[in-house]
Structure formats: C-alpha cells, structure tokens
Design a protein around this ligand. Structure first.
Ligand code: SAM
Length: 259
C-alpha cells in the first residue's frame, strides 16, 4: 500500500502544505548532506514525499506525524523498510531525547507554519544529543532566527538560536512549490548545535528567564525590565541599554554575571 496523495484532502488547520516539486525535493535532500550512519528525526512527514527520499540514505529515521490518517498510511507504506519508525504524535509533546537516546540525531522537516516558533523553541529547550536541525519554514521566521543585534527582527528567537547553535539561512523557497500554496514564501534554515553551549552558559534556566524578561518589553532599558534580578551584581554593566543592543555573547555574559 502507498500513501493516497491525490485523494488526501490537505488539512489547513494542520498546516498541510506539501512540497510537491521534485526539483525542490532533490535540492532539499542535497542540502541535508545525509550520511549512511545518520539517525534522523523528521517533523511532519505528511504524504511521505521527503521521507521516501531520505529513507534509503540513512541508518535510522523516526517520522513524527500528528494526522492519524496520514500516519496510518505512512505506517503501511514504510512497513517493509526496517529503518523507519512512523510515530503518530504531536511534535510539541514528543520528548526528542527519549526518542533518540544518546544518538547524535539530526532533525529535519518541512514544518507546519502555524507552530513554527513553538517547534523551534521545543527543540532548543533540549538540544541534548542533537547534531543539527534543518527546517523549511516561512521566510519571516527564518529571518528572525539569523537576525543580528540592532535590527527589528532580533529577539528571543535569535538569541536562543544563536546561543545554542551556529545558524545559517541556506536559501529562499517560493510559495509556488507547495500544494496547496501557502500565502508566504519560505526559506531553509540550519542550526548546527554547539556542544560547548552547556559549559559557556553557567545557569541555563536563568539565561532563558533573563532573555525572555528583557525582550518582553524590548523598548525599555534593562534597568527597568530587570528589576526582579539582583542588579547589584551587574554594577559594571550600562543598564540604560535596550535588549536589542546586546550581542548574544553579551546576553550569555550578563546571565553568567548574575549567578
Ligand atoms: N513533509 C511533508 C511535505 O514536505 O510535503 C508535509 C509538510 S506539511 C508543511 C506539515 C506536516 O506536519 C503535515 O503533514 C501536518 O499534518 C504535520 N503536523 C502538523 N502539526 C503537527 C504536530 N503538532 N506534530 C506533528 N506533525 C504535525
């Protein structure tokens, strides 16, 4: 049995925009630079167009799909492929570390746009043994991931992404290569996780709380937004600065100075 692609009615509520262009699929697989030893987690396999291209190239593939109909069809379609596990689940409720254990897994996906940012934060919360993550997502969010200080796109997403990974905007992808077509263009973004992040950031939870607190009122000076922190420890910092002025390295230093 195969996945009934022509009869599957795309569910807008689940962000189903299928990547149907064979040329774009080839370019995406090429950009992933997969190795035979790789263990891969695919977010939202949909009708399996990307899944079937990846499966022969890697050692292990976990594909997490929330749609029960599609997941059931994928399970049949890949039943004879010994290296594929189709998991019918919500990616936001899936513990990726428990799934891949100590494997240096790689995360990929043409992800549903309605939860792009939650998916990124979900992975960044526990990068653990993950090697990298390459996602096709709406362009506007990709630009926020790679944003630099002193730009309007620079915020929590940029600071968290760049604190835990090296980020690259690989290329733009036009809306016309998806069915149904989304209203916005897309882009391909890669996070290469930095295994030294854990040793550079003294207290992870404090770092995250600090960045979130400051950017929640991004126009205000640090001395007013950070009142709940022990500002005496920051006496050598110019707290008249605003969140978007600080580089990622400065955010890490600011948090470390508070511990
Ligand atoms: N990978 C396929 C492709 O490229 O054609 C489908 C991509 S489509 C943009 C996103 C897929 O994610 C859909 O199949 C959708 O059902 C699935 N999805 C939506 N929300 C999800 C969630 N919370 N957890 C897992 N999968 C989800």
């Amino acid at each position: 049995m195969t996945v009934h692609r022509s009869s599957h009615h795309a569910k807008k509520s689940l962000g189903q925009n299928f990547l149907i262009d064979p040329n774009q699929l080839s370019r995406l697989v090429e950009a992933l630079d997969l190795r035979a030893k790789d263990a891969v987690i695919e977010i939202g396999p949909g009708t399996g167009l990307l899944t079937e291209r990846i499966q022969p190239l890697v050692r292990k593939l976990w594909a997490i799909e929330i749609d029960r109909d599609l997941a059931a069809q994928l399970q049949h379609a890949f039943s004879s492929a010994g290296n594929v596990e189709i998991i019918q689940a919500d990616i936001l409720k899936t513990d990726l570390i428990a799934l891949c254990g100590t494997e240096d897994a790689r995360v990929i996906g043409n992800i549903p746009y309605y939860i792009t940012t939650p998916i990124i934060f979900h992975v960044l919360d526990h990068p653990g043994p993950l090697q990298d993550m390459t996602l096709l997502m709406q362009k506007e969010v990709g630009q926020r991931v790679v944003a630099e200080p002193n730009s309007k796109e620079y915020g929590i997403l940029a600071v968290f992404s760049q604190a835990y990974a090296r980020v690259q905007l690989l290329r733009s992808v036009p809306a016309s290569v998806f069915r149904p077509q989304p209203r916005v263009d897309s882009c391909l973004v890669r996070w290469t996780f930095d295994k030294t992040a854990a040793s550079r950031i003294t207290e992870d939870a404090l770092f995250r709380r600090l960045v979130r607190t400051a950017f929640n009122q991004r126009r205000k000076m640090l001395r007013s937004t950070l009142k709940t922190f022990d500002l005496q420890k920051l006496s050598h910092w110019d707290l008249t600065r605003r969140p978007e002025d600080l580089t990622v390295a400065e955010w890490i230093q600011l948090a470390n100075d508070l511990t």
